[in-house]
Ligand binder design. Sequence first.
Ligand SMILES: CC(C)(COP(=O)(O)OP(=O)(O)OC[C@H]1O[C@@H](n2cnc3c(N)ncnc32)[C@H](O)[C@@H]1OP(=O)(O)O)[C@@H](O)C(=O)NCCC(=O)NCCS
Length: 125
Amino acid sequence: MGSQTLEADQFADLGVVDTASWLVPQWRGRGVGREMRAAVLHLAFAELGAVAAVTSAWHDNHASLGVSRSLGYLDNGYELHARGDRADRMERLILTVDRWRDLADLATVDIAGLRPCLPLFGLSG
Ligand SMILES: CC(C)(COP(=O)(O)OP(=O)(O)OC[C@H]1O[C@@H](n2cnc3c(N)ncnc32)[C@H](O)[C@@H]1OP(=O)(O)O)[C@@H](O)C(=O)NCCC(=O)NCCS
């Protein structure tokens, strides 16, 4: 169907994760993007101890921005990036753990078998 990445730099020190999502066209607009982002946010916040999740999308990527906003991310400024032969606006968004806890439906995600993998995230098992 697609992929959902969760990545971080110096996660053990900073606790900030970044996400990127992609679905094959026939699976877009059916709620899957929101569901898979909610899943990795649960992994990051409830299991890995993240303090914030950030993401970014072109200003006109309404599906990507829609996923983020529907999960409670707030606007966090923008950057100008090269897009073709011009500069265009990349929106930045952020969701803190406190806001996630207030908004997330915690019962909808169930994570199993994580403990042996924690060292791979730079965390103790
Ligand atoms: C971005 C992507 C992963 C989103 O997943 P999706 O399954 O299409 O999105 P969902 O159906 O889960 O929609 C999530 C929210 O965004 C809204 N949304 C989705 N598509 C939208 C669109 N084209 N315009 C406006 N809002 C849209 C939905 O209404 C929903 O909001 P709600 O929960 O408040 O109702 C998917 O569209 C995709 O793979 N796009 C191409 C790759 C890409 O752009 N990746 C992101 C790069 S930053």
